[in-house]
Structures are given as structure tokens and as C-alpha cells.
Design a protein around this ligand. Structure first.
Ligand code: G6P
Ligand code: MG
Length: 232
């Protein structure tokens, strides 16, 4: 089998922390006096904490000093952590453990590629930390998704060329980052939202061992895209 490696996004792929981000951002919007909805929250998926605050303030049409923004970022994270610290393995999303077992069985290595600065803590809380051979997170990258930096660092950890890497992502920015890195992008979630992905699945329960084996035979992203169109 051709050597491939996998890069997993965390929030929305491994665990559903988006609901906790939503609660923390919503508390903040309530304090600032404007409505923040689940639809607004979609815009923050895959986006760094600092950028999320900018988007949120734009929604509320609010201007704040740098000092106040820093203060808010700290309190938002404290609020978010109050949920995260209560997490356990029962919050691992369906299909994740089975897929990791399949990858272990096939000898395919995997790393994490997340914008979150809390990624290590979350993986430890759900007892998955030890399974990943490396973690690229919000503490190790300078440029946020859709910039490919996070995934290119992941490829280095896997000691593979980018085109040999497969990315699982639930966010538009993440799919764009994977495509920009010339990796095979797999969108997890709504197919229409993630239409730029090379392949789409509702969740990880839909990923079979045969699909992973087939992916390993793809030589180049370009060729695979042609195949995908022919199969439609
Ligand atoms: C992920 C989530 C984003 C979040 C970002 C930063 O990409 O999808 O919603 O803003 O991580 O997370 P952090 O834990 O550092 O605040
Ligand atoms: Mg995500």
C-alpha cells in the first residue's frame, strides 16, 4: 500500500466542542447587548479565537479597545474551559474510535491539525491524546486556516509529502486550507456547506476501511478529482 497519513481537525470532527464555543460566545454577546445565533456561530468554526472575536464584534457592530478585547478573550476562554474541564470519553463523536482502530490496523499514522489552543487539554480529557503521533494546534501556527500552515506542519510530523496526506475537516476554512496544501480534503458534515471538499461524509461512521485503502492508492489529488467527476 502507498504510504499515506491522516490529519484530523479536532472541533466538529473528533469532539463536538462547537456547542461549548457557542455558549461562551453567546454569554459574551448577551453581556455586550446583542443577539448571537447558531447561524452566526457557523462563521466561527475553524477560525482562531482572536479572529472569532473580530467576527463577533462585527456582528454586534461594536468597537472595542485592544485592551478590552484582550480582557474579553481571556474571560471567553475561562467560560469555555468551564465546559471543557467536565468533558470525558463519552463526548468522542460517533465513528472516531472505530476509525482510529482501523488506521492502527492498517498501519496508517495520524496527527491532529487544529486551530485550538486548547487541543491538548481536550484530547487528554477524552483519553485520545496518546493515540496521535503529533499535535499541531493554535499554539504552534502563526497563520490561521484557510492558510495551509497547520496542515503543512502536520505533513512534516507525518514525514510525508502534502499530497500523501488526507485531511478530515468540518469547517469551510479547514477544507480550503487542506486544498491549499494540496492534500485530499474530506468534508465531515453538511455536503453543501463543504462542497469544496474532495469527498463528503455526514460523520466518521460512514468511513469504511475499504475507503481508506482506496484513498491510499490515489497518486495525485488532480487525478483523483477527475475520477470523482467521472463517478458522478
Ligand atoms: C477551532 C474551532 C473554532 C475555535 C478555534 C480556537 O478551530 O473550530 O471555533 O475558535 O478552534 O479555539 P480555542 O480553543 O483556541 O479558543
Ligand atoms: Mg473543526
Amino acid at each position: 500500500m502507498n504510504k499515506t497519513g491522516i490529519i484530523f481537525d479536532l472541533d466538529g470532527v473528533i469532539v463536538d466542542t462547537a456547542k461549548y464555543h457557542f455558549l461562551a460566545w453567546k454569554h459574551l454577546a448577551d453581556d455586550l447587548g446583542f443577539e448571537f445565533t447558531e447561524t452566526h456561530n457557523e462563521l466561527l468554526k475553524g477560525v482562531s479565537r482572536v479572529r472569532s472575536l473580530e467576527i463577533l464584534l462585527d456582528i454586534g457592530n461594536i468597537k472595542l479597545s485592544e485592551e478590552k478585547k484582550q480582557e474579553i478573550l481571556i474571560s471567553k476562554n475561562e467560560d469555555y474551559l468551564s465546559y471543557i474541564t467536565k468533558m470525558g470519553p463519552e463526548e468522542i463523536l460517533p465513528g472516531v474510535t472505530a476509525l482510529l482502530d482501523t488506521l492502527d490496523g492498517l498501519g496508517i499514522q495520524y496527527v491532529l491539525g487544529s486551530a485550538s489552543k486548547n487541543a491538548t487539554l481536550i484530547l487528554k480529557k477524552v483519553n485520545l491524546f496518546e493515540r496521535f503521533i503529533g499535535i499541531v494546534d493554535g499554539n504552534s501556527v502563526f497563520k490561521a486556516k484557510p492558510d495551509p500552515e497547520v496542515f503543512l506542519l502536520g505533513a512534516k510530523m507525518l514525514k510525508l509529502k502534502p499530497e500523501k496526506c488526507i485531511v478530515f475537516e468540518d469547517a469551510i476554512a479547514g477544507v480550503e486550507a487542506a486544498n491549499a496544501a494540496n492534500m485530499i480534503s474530506i468534508g465531515i458534515g453538511d455536503k453543501q456547506t463543504l462542497h469544496k471538499a474532495d469527498f463528503n461524509f455526514k460523520d466518521l461512521t460512514e468511513i469504511s476501511s475499504d475507503f481508506i485503502k482506496e484513498l491510499s492508492t490515489i497518486k495525485e489529488k488532480k487525478e483523483q478529482k477527475v475520477e470523482k467527476i467521472e463517478n458522478k
